[in-house]
Design a protein around this ligand. Sequence first.
Ligand code: FE2
Length: 284
Amino acid sequence: MDGHLSAEEIEKFHKDGYLLIEDFLTHAECDVLKDSCHRVIQDADFSQHPKVTFDTTDNKQATDDYFITSGDKVRFFFEESVFNADGQLNCPKEKSLNKIGHALHDLVPEFKKVTFSDKMKNLAKSLELKKPAVVQSMYIFKQPNIGGTVVPHKDSSFLYTEPMKLYGVWIALEDACADNGCLWFVPGSHHEGPTLRLVRKEKDEGVTTVLEGQPPGNKPEEYIITPVKKGGLVLIHGDVVHKSEQNHSDRSRNIYTFHLFDSGISKWSPLNWLQPTDPFTLLY
Ligand code: FE2
């Protein structure tokens, strides 16, 4: 697999709004990312995390700041259920995380290598992207038993571009199945823009985000389950509706994901929570 898509794959992506590409990474390449993530966690100092730092667990501004300024950092986001009343973790730190974001692609060499690989460039070239810019990256854990639901959404609700030229790259580092919370998609739902937007709002004390509009209202039967074997990649159009269920199994469902947009023909919304401190790095 060298990243180039066939004419049939490109057509399927444009028709459905998502595309599964099996064996994009080898198992060994997946394991390098998992090991790298493990090292990042072991080296991490969680003392600056708002839920650890502040006794009052609803210090909204601290939580907002931690999220909104994470675009150029490696920061840790926990599952809700893992804190005691005194703000201490009730389980080992490597079992407590929901995700790490949002600059793994920039700051951690193993993730940078995969994100900016020739294979990835070929994938973007197959879609005829002019100036693809990588805007954010995340490692999502979907921990055994507690890995939470991700409600139906379009990524464009959070990362809006005008016109919509956002693409998600989602790579399974472990098998993603029905019981450990794989993705579900509504094929063809990318032909309409988002009905919900997360927008930044300036306040006296700083910046916050608010949700405006309504989430997608698709019926359960419209969703197509999309299991992905370790090493498989799902290409996700910014406007396609997708979701994942809670992990009910005793196996994790680790994935690496990043987003890019075509900065050659599209503008980054100034209302997005994520605003670049330096210009976004181009894939090519
Ligand atoms: Fe998403």
